[in-house]
Design a protein around this ligand. Structure first.
Ligand code: ADP
Length: 252
């Protein structure tokens, strides 16, 4: 059979708050296995875009479709936040929500799909498959050697990686990540870019970010949002050279 050529398909999506159009006929298509960076000045609609994809905000109009790895297509506008997450759309907010008094391993264990949350993490009853899954995640986020550290003793960057690992525990097909490099050191930022490239081998990723060095290191297609719609799309070099993009950024 022919595979759907997208994991996420948004077309003509609009959202108004008190008459103000936060999204104004936004269209965005993400291919399976694609990593996409979303940039744009404050107020461009980046957060609102993430909110409509994840069911937190209902669009006034437009189409939002998601295709999972089983080629099942869903109209995301018909689901609430918890259901969208269960369908395989994982979202990471900027602020880490790791439990500082549990270890790295316990935090991950708690996040595993089909697990029993905190209880499972405290009694450590793991099947071999789940233990293997946790090892795979630890390896992916490069925290294998810190598995028994208290999450509270990790650096800011390491907490963010742990949080991404916790998201992976939910086995999402599409990951939406909000400003991952914010507050990181340069070294952490570059390590995060490497992590994302590893992630992109198995998942589709949409990354909202301001840090241009980070986006350059991701080396992926970039979408520029402005006033709730797509202003430009292409390589970072292409969009940086776009006259409209230059005006939007310099005009503020
Ligand atoms: P970005 O994330 O790109 O900075 P946002 O999506 O947060 O942009 O916001 C887009 C516009 O919509 C902004 O002008 C913001 O003030 C407005 N907005 C966002 N959420 C709400 C809301 N819940 N109520 C009213 N206005 C909102």
């Amino acid at each position: 059979h022919i595979e759907n050529p997208y994991v996420l398909y948004m077309d003509g999506v609009s959202v108004s708050f008190d008459g103000f159009k936060a999204l104004n006929s936004l269209s965005l298509v993400i291919a399976p296995g694609e990593m996409r960076a979303i940039i744009g000045p404050n107020g461009a609609g980046k957060t609102t875009m993430m909110d409509v994809i994840t069911g937190k905000t209902k669009p006034d109009s437009g189409t939002i479709l998601f295709t999972d790895t089983h080629q099942q297509e869903y109209d995301l506008t018909r689901f609430d936040e918890a259901d969208v997450a269960n369908l395989g759309v994982g979202r990471k907010f900027q602020k880490p929500s790791v439990i500082e008094s549990l270890t790295v391993f316990e935090n991950l264990e708690m996040s595993l799909k089909g697990g029993r949350g905190l209880w499972a993490a405290l009694v450590h009853k793991l099947t071999p498959e789940r233990a293997a899954k946790l090892d795979e995640i630890l390896d992916m986020i490069d925290l294998s050697d810190k598995r028994d550290w208290m999450a509270g003793s990790l650096s800011h960057g390491q907490k963010q990686w742990l949080e991404i690992g916790m998201l992976l525990g939910q086995e999402p097909d599409l990951l939406l990540i909000d400003e991952p490099a914010a507050g990181m050191t340069d070294e952490e930022t570059m390590k995060t870019a490497e992590l994302f490239k590893r992630l992109a081998q198995k998942h589709s990723l949409v990354v909202v970010e301001h840090d241009m060095d980070f986006i350059e290191a991701l080396d992926c297609k970039v979408t520029v949002l402005h006033e709730g719609h797509v202003l430009a799309e292409g390589s970072l070099a292409t969009v940086k050279a776009n006259q409209q993009v230059i005006e939007v950024y310099l005009g503020r």
